[in-house]
Design a protein around this ligand. Structure first.
Ligand code: SDX
Length: 430
């Protein structure tokens, strides 16, 4: 990797410091400040990590100005068009498109891990029926480390591989049964004769009394939604997984931490918030009022599904999902006025100076909920589906970190603005 340098001049002391600059294969030049504190006694301060690279990675790259997203060099549009989710999982984990034999072997490993330990269903029964499915998923994923203790030694290659297959394979079973529990229906088991997406759909919508026939168009749409949510550089939940993993925590605990972080409405929780927002807007005549609320600095309301820390051009995933919306609703014969409302909201927002000036475009969450609603999921399940898909991204990034030579525990410092040291005052003297 070619390097040059930058010079820092401390105007308080006149001292000059030189730091190496690193060039990735894509992206901005990076100032390597690993020796900054040792040489200058100073920290950098970047609370939202808007200008900070936290790691070196070869998995995913986003160019926010170009609206580019690629996994191992393959554009998301090509993967969404030509691959299925299992193939994208292989690309994220192993770095290359699989041969037919490699893909069949990978799919076979995943398929043979779809069932969960029967006692895990006892965990579900401990939750109230009205528990948010994300609360159940967060708890049950963390509990996996109690049931699959034989794949928690992170220094053992084989155990890391088994934990990876278990997480990718069991998330659909865990998520589908969080849905079943929340609607009072009996738990469903995997059907290993089906594809990953079709198996998930049957676990969600099959009931003992009736055979559920998977609609191929719906299964393809579900698979495409999984592909579009699989990984996304060092977003909040992936950074959470990396930081948790840096301490040596087992992979199941780390993924549970990722699920927790994804739940926030500023992150993966936005898909649920978008549908709730569209339902609250209700009619095109109310759009202007909500646009005004989103622009009002005194109003905490934000237009859910709009804006992104990195994309300052369109989110390529939103473009793919917009197309899928029309395709799925047409194939299902669903005429959801919320789709019309969403497209009118997008049109009006993208003509408004506030959104144009701040480069606020629809993101992945803006259209996904409309498709998920058409398939039959309640909004409370939307973020669970995001977590299901993102598990392969989380575990790929975790694996990359664990296998990195010289990997260290993540331990940020701070800008302290609290009290200086002061005398303690005994209770009877206060
Ligand atoms: C995901 O990081 C990832 O990669 C995430 C993700 C992934 O795949 O992992 O892509 C998935 O999380 C997508 C984002 C889903 N979240 C939402 O849709 C929630 C609504 N969006 C916003 O909360 C916001 O846009 C964020 C959180 C997504 C990004 O926030 P930033 O980068 O911190 O931007 P900011 O808050 O500094 O906003 C810059 C300006 C501000 O106005 P000014 O102070 O300059 O006047 O834009 C405004 C903000 O008020 N703004 C919005 C807005 N988003 C930003 N104003 C109204 N509505 C919005 N949605």
């Amino acid at each position: 990797m070619s390097q040059d340098t930058v010079t820092l001049i401390d105007n308080a002391t006149g001292k000059k410091y030189e730091f190496p600059v690193q060039h990735g294969t894509e992206g901005p030049r990076i100032i390597d400040i690993r020796k900054l504190y040792a040489e200058t006694g100073m920290f950098t301060h970047d609370p939202g990590f808007t200008s900070t690279s936290s790691c070196e990675s070869q998995i995913t790259y986003i160019d926010g100005d170009k609206g580019l997203l690629m996994h191992r060099g393959y554009a998301i549009e090509d993967l969404a068009e030509h691959s299925d989710f299992m193939e994208v999982c292989y690309v994220l984990l192993h770095g290359e498109l699989p041969t037919v034999e490699q893909k069949n072997t990978f799919v076979s490993h995943v398929t043979n891990h779809t069932m969960v330990h029967e006692q895990m269903f006892n965990f579900y029964r401990g939750f109230r029926r009205d528990a948010h499915p994300m609360a159940i998923v967060c708890g049950v994923v963390g509990a996996m480390s109690a049931f699959y203790h034989d794949s928690t030694d992170i220094r053992d290659d084989r155990q890391r591989e088994v934990a990876t297959f278990r997480l990718i394979a069991k998330m659909p079973t865990i998520v589908a049964n969080a849905y079943k529990y929340s609607i009072g229906q009996p738990f469903q088991y995997p059907d290993n004769s089906l594809s990953y997406a079709a198996n998930f759909l049957q676990m969600c919508f099959q009931v003992p009394a009736e055979k559920y026939v998977v609609n191929d168009a719906v299964a393809r749409a579900m698979d495409k939604i999984f592909i579009l949510h699989a990984d996304h550089e060092q977003n909040a939940s992936t950074s959470t997984v990396r930081l948790a993993g840096s301490s040596g925590a087992n992979p199941f605990a780390c993924i549970a931490a990722g699920v927790a972080s994804l739940w926030g409405p500023a992150h993966g929780g936005a898909n649920e918030a978008v549908l709730n927002m569209l339902q609250e807007i209700g009619d095109k005549s109310n759009i202007e009022k909500f646009i005004a609320k989103a622009k009002d600095k005194d109003d905490p309301f934000r237009l859910m599904g709009f804006g992104h820390r990195v994309y300052k051009n369109t989110d390529p995933r939103a473009n793919v999902l917009r197309g899928s919306c029309h395709e799925v609703l047409e194939k299902l014969g669903v005429n959801d006025p919320l789709l019309e409302l969403a497209m009118e909201l997008e049109r009006i927002a993208l003509e408004d100076e506030y959104f144009v000036e701040r480069k606020l475009f629809p993101n992945v969450d803006f259209y996904s909920g409309i498709i998920l609603k058409a398939i039959g999921f309640p909004t409370s399940m939307f973020t669970c589906l995001f977590a299901l898909a993102r598990t392969v991204g989380w575990i790929s990034q975790w694996k990359e970190m664990i296998e990195e030579p010289g990997q260290k525990i993540g331990r940020p410092r701070q800008l302290y603005t609290g009290y200086n040291k002061r005398e303690y005052i005994l209770l009877n003297q206060r």
